[in-house]
Design a protein. Sequence first.
Length: 444
Amino acid sequence: MNLISQNIPSHKTKRRKKARNKEDEKVAVEQEKEMKKLETFLFGSIYSAVELGKEDEEEAGDEVVKGSSLFFVDRSASIVQAGNEDNAEFSEEDTKQRKPVWMDLEEEKANINIAKVNRLRKLRKEEDESFISGSEYVLRLRSQHAKLNPRTEWSQLDSQLRKNKYSDEESSDEENGLVVPHGYKDVGAIDDLLRINEDLVVKSSGKLLPGLLEYSTLVDANSEERSNGYYSWKEEVLYSFDLVKAKVDKIGPLVGREEKSLEAFEVSPDSSTIAFVGNEGYILLVSSKTKELIGTLKMNGTVRCLAFSDDGKQLLSSGGDGQVYHWDLRTGTCFHKAVDEGCINGTTLCTSPNGSLFAAGSDSGIVNIYNRNEVLGGKRKRIKTIENLTTKVDFMKFNHDAQILAICSSMKKTSLKLSWWSFHGCGQCCWKVLLYKLHHYRHA
């Protein structure tokens, strides 16, 4: 009897513990559901809000809706529903209108003059529009950004349609010898994009498509990796910097010459000869070893720009007569002379690294590109004319495979044009050398 009387309380205690545990589990489940509902309400969700116990009936709730946006921006007073709101079960309170959590009062009170600044005039909807509110200014900036970056629309396309489109275009481009970089319009579904570990931009030596230049800004670089460098200003001397020995040598004034300035010069590819722009059409040739004058060349007009050939044995010059001279440095003679079409005053010359092309710029901003072998053979027709600049062309440079030509002018801000390359450096008058990297090239 004692044993039975002692067992009865123990059974009751176990039942009470089980009942208490069930109640605790039920409370925990309710709290977890409430937390998930709050998270979905505040941050949005790409998953369906499935009721507990309905996993088998609504398996689609655990899958990401393909083609739906991963992120959204809520700037209105209404709730932005997720793309799969048909499967979700929200209460009536969740769908009611609510006020924004935070309001920028200064943004509402601010008045922006979009007619005063040149870069903001494109935001005007009417020609005589001047002042707009801060919130309207933000909306127009977002609209302008969407116009300038249309490739972001790939995230809204159907994944299967994107795959078929990409495979078809890739095969056609491979037949034509072209490589279309990933990340423009031909990107797979969001899930595939997040799972792959390949680069989004093709880095190859294939043919570069015009108008598609992906670049990024790097750390400023003020010099190339060389042991010697030359620097000249509006003086009759030239300074040679030995970066290894930390030594500076002064060259000039040149014996027998009366030039007051040696600021314009070109160094041969093998660094053996320095060509200076002299007075009255003279070109001064100086040896980089002896630092002495070794020869002169004479043009009919004034000389303003020089460019060495790829092997350093020939020199191109141009100037006030609008003609391009080809010089043989071994004999010191001019073996070819031709008129630059449409040019009155030549300001800059540039040859491609492989020697097949050369470009001639003028004070009107026009740049003509010629095939050097055809010009020397008697054909003077230019193969391309670039008219992007309206001021004097001061500098030009081909990239290593002559697919891109950089053109710039010092007479106007932001006058750097990339015509149809990998690292590119651009100097400024504030002593900075801006360095950019083009993602298309592998060995950048």
